[in-house]
Design a protein around this ligand. Structure first.
Ligand code: IVH
Length: 711
């Protein structure tokens, strides 16, 4: 919940618990964006933002290698095949291309080739130039001239099996024409949608959306439309989409059909594959610049979007010698066109509330064509960004789109500014719920403080509230919470504890016990209600953590619970602490591990009357149990740091950890020099080994029970 706040901190400053918490959040978040990008073809963040998440994950893992999760994004390359489709391993990996943006960089690329091959400086290089269409690449396997399998690129090594969908493309021969087919060959090329077809298709989609059709979406650009169309589960839908194909490459082949890339393209044509007629053999690298200019001029009138030209060294034997570096070949390069710009009028600035309460401004503009794509929305990122660019409603703004990246407002045409245009005033209330929206010192994002009640955040908050480390209500996962929310039965945490009165209604839902004789389903509602009842009493720290207050992760919740001991005391002191100069505030900020930034978040939460209402409502349903204090008691484990590993016979891990904490110990998840004891149960793994390496004392279960006063 408070992953964003953690993320603002340097990795070196994270405690182990915070690191574990953030890794969990990153795994969830990156998986979400992978799904949005690869499966839905509707990315929500820019590539740069995505890369930042992946880097952050890697940096934390580098510092805490023992915390690397089973489901860590680092264990799985991007572009994972969608689950619905079978996976196909490409015979030879499908690579990507390095980019250049100007003639000087292109010359460097040529010089590198010459150096690598040991060619003299005056040796001319012959290339094949191909327009770079912005679609998606596919790998087609032909055996004895028959199309047998087709796959998307996926992560480059493994893609999704979309054979049935590819068979619906009229451009793509089911059987090769002509003769001389290798026994087996992988043919590669681009699947794409033409601009006019895209606009017509998208308009049709928009109409269906307006008519309330479910599961229908409008696409941001032809690339996404092509990808979405190829990834349909029903090939009949793909068949209705205006997809086209150009062949341009080769993967694994039982025999090589040509000596040069150009003659390979000719063979592809003979075999019945569409090859882009604009592709051209360039006898001398110095012709590349002229070709580049020619294509840039023709770009707008081409029926499809291109974002540059691909130059491939013609001689295949040289290609072989050059090989690859990283994920890109040394023998080919994409020479990209500069980003495309257009101007349009800014109609208004909308404020959207994200699932974590972040308020993000979005520009709504008069629709404009930017390089073949109609754009009418752009993110303005945050409050400072609007001020920095001084973007005002009524302004004529300059929009830029680079490749398939989301359009950006890069500036304002000041000469066209209307006289009465006023600087934008960022709202200090949440547009979704009316709660205060605050911006903590030193941060750029303004956030809604009405987390418990704000409809924009409700589902996410409720999911957190019920999750395993929070209230741990079994059976209340994301899907069921969404259902209960949509049905209007649960709007705030307290509602969960009043579900019993809606039991009959819940039982009438499909899969919840309706019209079924299956025991499991019939019991679903009863089990759920029992799980809820079992959580009417919870440790105070879990209760605090479950509230999902920013920056209050498990570790901080525990600190607060230990310090304030009871719910009533904590609540009262937090309200007092909302006054900046108060003694209560001083006390709060003085707690080891809390400090001013966290205190500010608690202030934001407790200053919002809606939160207090929801909190008190909840406290009427749930009783938070008083917390033990650190180090009180005279147990031998008081004040010690303990790690439990392996399976204990006489108690669960959870029970053991709670017992240790009640006796005043600090429980951590991994072994370090600061650990006092490692309690080793059955089948203990790396932690026991680490303890031995570091010379940390290990205890058997029996010894632990003695120390805890149980034996
Ligand atoms: S060749 C090893 N040729 O660009 C060579 N790619 O950045 C790899 N693309 O994934 C690809 N037109 O989707 C090649 N004539 C062309 C292309 C082309 C478009 C796309 C393709 C690829 C990406 C590489």
């Amino acid at each position: 919940m408070n992953a964003d706040s953690l993320r603002a901190r340097p990795v070196e400053a994270l405690t182990e618990e915070e690191a574990a918490e953030e890794l969990a959040a990153l795994a969830r978040e990156i998986a979400h964006h992978d799904h949005a990008y690869y499966v839905l073809d509707a990315p929500e963040i820019t590539d740069a933002e995505y890369d930042a998440l992946v880097r952050r994950n890697a940096a934390i893992e580098a510092r805490f290698p023992e915390l690397v999760r089973e489901d860590s994004p680092s264990r799985r390359p991007g572009g994972e095949p969608a689950e619905q489709f079978g996976k196909v391993r490409h015979g030879v990996p499908m690579l990507s291309l390095d980019n250049v943006f100007n003639a000087a960089d292109f010359e460097d690329f040529c010089a590198r080739i010459r150096r690598f091959l040991g060619l003299p400086a005056d040796e001319r290089l012959c290339f094949v130039a191909e327009p770079k269409i912005d679609g998606l690449s596919v790998n087609l396997v032909y055996e004895e001239g028959r199309f047998v399998r087709g796959a998307t690129r996926g992560d480059g090594t493994e893609g999704e099996d979309v054979t049935a969908n590819l068979r619906t493309l009229r451009d793509l021969p089911q059987r090769m024409k002509g003769s001389g087919h290798p026994a087996r060959i992988e043919i590669r090329g681009e699947v794409f949608m033409e601009k006019a077809e895209f606009l017509a298709f998208n308009a049709q989609q928009a109409e269906r959306v307006a008519a309330g059709a479910k599961g229908v979406r409008v696409f941001a650009n032809p690339r996404n439309a092509a990808a979405g169309s190829l990834r349909q589960l029903d090939p009949r839908i793909t068949a209705q989409r205006p997809l086209k194909f150009f062949a341009y490459g080769m993967g694994a082949a039982s025999e090589r059909p040509a000596e040069t890339h150009w003659s390979y393209l000719e063979r592809l044509r003979d075999w019945g594959f569409p090859v882009n007629p604009l592709s051209r053999r360039i006898e001398d690298e110095r012709e590349a610049e002229a070709f580049q200019r020619e294509m840039a001029d023709r770009r707008a009138s081409l029926p499809y979007d291109i974002d540059g030209v691909v130059y491939k060294l013609d001689r295949l034997d040289w290609q072989d010698r050059l090989g690859f570096v990283g994920r890109a070949p040394r023998w080919a390069i994409a020479w990209k066109f500069p980003a495309e710009q257009a101007t349009t009028k800014l109609l208004r600035i909308e404020i959207q509330v994200g699932r974590t309460g972040a308020l993000t401004p979005r520009a709504v503009m008069e629709p404009v064509n930017v390089g073949g794509v109609i754009v009418q929305h752009a993110s303005l990122h945050n409050e400072d960004e609007i001020a920095r660019k001084d973007v005002r409603v009524g302004d004529t703004v300059i929009l830029q789109r680079a490749g398939d990246v989301i359009p950006q407002i890069v500036g304002v045409v000041l000469e066209k500014r209307p006289k009465d245009a006023k600087p934008f005033v960022f709202p200090d209330r949440c547009p979704a719920c009316g709660s205060h929206a605050v911006r903590p010192e030193g941060e750029v994002v303004r956030r809604c403080t009405g987390g418990l009640t704000c409809p924009a955040q409700a589902v996410e908050r409720l999911i957190h509230f019920c999750s395993r480390n929070a209230m741990d209500i079994e059976g209340l996962g994301a899907e069921n919470i969404q259902k209960l929310y949509d049905e209007g039965l649960v709007r705030s945490p307290a509602d969960i504890f009043r579900l019993a009165r809606h039991a009959d209604r819940m039982r009438s839902w499909e899969g919840w016990g309706a019209k079924t004789k299956k025991g499991a389903e019939a019991k679903k509602v009863a089990n759920l209600l029992a799980a809820i009842e079992a959580r009417r009493r919870v440790p105070l720290e879990r209760f605090i953590f479950a509230l999902g207050i920013r920056r209050i992760g498990e570790a901080n919740a525990k600190l607060l619970a230990r310090h304030y001991h009871s719910f009533a005391n904590w609540r009262a002191r937090m309200i007092e602490a909302t006054q900046k100069e108060s003694e209560a505030r001083e006390e709060l900020e003085g707690i080891q591990g809390i400090g001013p930034a966290i205190a500010a978040e608690l202030e934001a939460f407790f200053s919002e009357p809606r939160n207090l209402e929801a909190l008190d409502d909840l406290a009427r349903e749930v009783t938070p149990e008083d917390a033990p204090a650190y180090g009180d008691g005279d147990s031998p484990v008081a004040g010690k740091t303990i790690v439990f590993t392996g399976t204990l016979e006489t108690m669960t891990r959870d029970e053991a950890e709670h017992l240790a904490e009640r006796l005043g110990a600090k429980v951590t998840k991994s072994v370090s020099k600061r650990t006092d004891f490692v309690v080793v149960g059955a089948d203990a793994g790396s932690k026991a080994k680490k303890a031995a390496e570091l010379g940390v004392r290990t205890l058997s279960e029996e010894e632990w029970r003695k120390m805890a006063g149980l034996a």
